[in-house]
Design a protein around this ligand. Structure first.
Ligand SMILES: [Zn+2]
Length: 491
C-alpha cells in the first residue's frame, strides 16, 4: 500500500488537573513534554501511516504536555508551553483536522478557562475550515465557550480510566468521519448543576455504571456522532466547574434530545452517588480499624491525595494516628505512606539507622491545610535514589512506621511497601494518601475506610469555601428545585 496524502491532521495539547485549593503552583518542571516522533508512545495507532486500514492520513504530531495533578499552572509556564505548541502547529499548516488532547481541568493563574484560551489560539491558527476534535478526561470541565471553539467532543467513558487509548482512537475516528462526509457537527451542550468528586462517581458501581454505560448506545443512534458526559473537576473554584453533557451529530433535534436525556439521568441520580467504602473522620476510621478483627485495614487519607491534586505533606492524619495509645503500647501497629519532606529525610540519612532523633515532619509545602508535626522517631531503614521518591527513610514512632520521601511519591502498589522492608499484611492499619484504592491495595486490604481529611482535595465538598462556582449547585446547595436542563445548540 502506498501513502497518498488526503488529510493532514495535527495533534497536540496540554493536560493537567489543577486544584485551586492547592497553595502550590505547577510549573514547567512538573510537565513531561513530548514533541514530534516522541508522541508515538502516546498515540500508538499513529506509529504507522496505516490507520484503520486507510493510507491517506498524514499525522502531524505537534506537542503534548502532561503533568500529574497539582495546583494552578503559573502564567509564564503556560505561556511558554502554549507558544511552543502554536509554533509547531504553524510549522505544519495547512491542516484539515486537529486533535486537541486535553484533560479539561487546567487552571492557569489569572486564566480560569485555560482550555478555551488554548483552543481559541489554535482555532485562530488553523482557521475555521479545519475540523477540531477534543478528546478529554471525564473529570474535565466543559464551558459553553469551549464548545464554541471545538467541532466534536469525546471523553473517557470509564473511571478508573481503562479506556484512555480507546478514547484517543475514537477522537481520531470521529474526526475522519467528519472529514470524509464533509460534516460540521451540531453540538448540544448542557450544564448540570452538580459537582461531585471522582470517588463518588466511579463507573464500576451504580449509578455511574449504567449512566456512563449507556453513552455508547446513545452515540450510535441515527443523527448522533458522539455522546459524552463529564463529571467535572470539583476542586476548581471556577465559574465553569460542574458536570456537563455534549452530544455532537448531524440532527439538531436528536442531539438536543439525547443531551437532555443524559443530563436528566445524571441529575436524578445525584443523591445516589456515594463513596464505595465506609467514610468517616480520621478518628472514626482509626477506632473502627483498631476494633476490627480482619486486618490489615487500609485507610485512605483522602483530602491530601497527591494523585488528585493534593500537596501530599499534610500530617493531619498521622497526628491523629499517633494519638491512639495502642501505638505506644504495641497493642497494634500501623504503616503511614507517606509524607514528602526532603529536609527530614536528609536528617535521617545524616543520623543513620537505629538512631533516635527529633523531627518536624510535613506541613511545609501545604501550610494552608497542615503544620509541621514534631515527633521523636527512630530511623528504621534508609533507601537512597528511588526513581520517583528520591531518597526515602522509614522511621518508627512507637509502633507506627512512617515513610518519608524527599520527593512526592504515590504508594499504589504492594512492592512500594515491600521494597522498603514493610509487609503490609503484618500491620493492623495501612494508611495511604489516596482516594479510592488502586487494585493492589484493594487486594491486600481486608477492609477499607475512606477518611475525610483536610487538604487541597478535601472530599467533604460542602465544607470547602467556594466563592466563584455558579450557584446554586449540588451538593453545596440542597434546595435547588428542578434546574433548567435544556440543551444549548452550538453550531
Ligand atoms: Zn480523570
Amino acid at each position: 500500500m502506498t501513502h497518498t496524502e488526503k488529510y493532514r491532521i495535527g495533534i497536540g495539547g496540554i493536560a493537567i488537573e489543577s486544584s485551586t485549593f492547592s497553595p502550590l503552583t505547577s510549573t514547567l518542571d512538573n510537565f513531561t513534554i513530548l514533541s514530534g516522533d516522541e508522541l508515538s508512545q502516546r498515540y500508538p495507532f499513529m506509529a504507522d501511516w496505516v490507520f484503520d486500514g486507510r493510507t491517506d492520513i498524514t499525522w502531524m504530531p505537534c506537542m503534548h504536555a502532561k503533568a500529574i495533578p497539582g495546583g494552578p499552572v503559573d502564567r509564564a509556564s503556560y505561556s511558554q508551553m502554549k507558544q511552543r505548541l502554536l509554533g509547531r502547529i504553524a510549522d505544519v499548516l495547512p491542516l484539515d483536522g486537529f486533535y486537541l488532547d486535553i484533560h479539561g481541568a487546567m487552571n492557569v493563574v489569572t486564566i480560569d478557562d485555560a482550555e478555551t484560551d488554548l483552543a481559541s489560539a489554535i482555532r485562530g491558527l488553523v482557521g475555521k475550515d479545519c475540523v477540531i476534535v477534543a478528546g478529554m478526561d471525564l473529570h474535565g470541565n466543559v464551558s459553553r465557550e469551549l464548545v464554541e471553539q471545538v467541532d466534536i467532543f469525546t471523553a473517557y467513558r470509564l473511571a478508573p480510566h481503562d479506556d484512555a487509548i480507546e478514547t484517543r482512537e475514537r477522537a481520531c475516528h470521529l474526526l475522519l468521519r467528519c472529514l470524509d462526509a464533509n460534516i460540521r457537527p451540531i453540538k448540544a451542550w448542557v450544564r448540570i448543576p452538580v459537582i461531585l468528586p471522582g470517588e463518588r462517581t466511579s463507573t464500576l458501581v451504580e449509578p455511574g455504571k449504567s449512566i456512563f454505560g449507556a453513552l455508547e448506545k446513545h452515540s450510535s443512534a441515527d443523527g448522533v456522532l458522539d455522546a459524552s458526559l463529564w463529571v467535572g473537576y470539583v476542586w476548581a473554584d471556577e465559574p465553569r466547574s460542574s458536570a456537563s453533557v455534549v452530544v455532537t451529530g448531524t440532527d439538531a433535534a436528536t442531539v438536543s434530545c439525547t443531551a437532555e436525556t443524559i443530563a436528566r439521568q445524571y441529575w436524578r441520580a445525584r443523591e445516589r452517588f456515594v463513596f464505595g467504602t465506609p467514610v468517616g473522620d480520621a478518628e472514626w476510621c482509626i477506632r473502627s480499624a483498631l476494633d476490627s478483627v480482619d486486618t490489615p485495614v487500609v485507610i485512605s487519607d483522602s483530602g491530601d491525595n497527591p494523585t488528585a491534586g493534593g500537596v501530599g505533606d499534610v500530617p493531619f492524619f498521622l497526628e491523629k494516628l499517633l494519638a491512639f495509645r495502642e501505638f505506644s503500647t504495641d497493642a497494634a501497629s500501623a504503616v503511614f505512606a507517606s509524607i514528602p519532606d526532603a529536609a527530614a529525610v536528609a536528617a535521617c540519612f545524616s543520623s543513620g539507622t537505629d538512631t533516635g532523633l527529633d523531627l518536624k515532619i510535613g506541613g511545609k509545602l501545604d501550610p494552608v491545610n497542615g503544620r509541621p508535626l514534631a515527633v521523636h522517631a527512630v530511623v528504621e531503614s534508609l533507601h537512597p535514589g528511588d526513581t520517583v521518591g528520591g531518597d526515602i527513610a522509614v522511621i518508627r514512632i512507637g509502633s507506627v512506621r512512617v515513610i518519608i520521601t524527599s520527593k512526592r511519591k504515590p504508594f499504589h502498589f504492594r512492592h512500594d511497601f515491600t521494597r522498603l522492608g514493610i509487609t503490609p499484611e503484618e500491620h493492623t492499619i495501612v494508611a495511604v494518601k489516596i482516594g479510592y484504592l488502586e487494585p493492589e491495595l484493594r487486594a491486600f486490604a481486608k477492609q477499607a475506610f475512606l477518611a475525610l481529611t483536610p487538604g487541597a482535595v478535601n472530599q467533604d465538598i460542602p465544607s470547602l469555601s467556594y466563592t466563584r462556582v455558579l450557584r446554586p449547585v449540588f451538593p453545596l446547595d440542597r434546595e435547588l428545585g428542578e434546574p433548567d436542563l435544556s440543551a444549548v445548540i452550538v453550531t
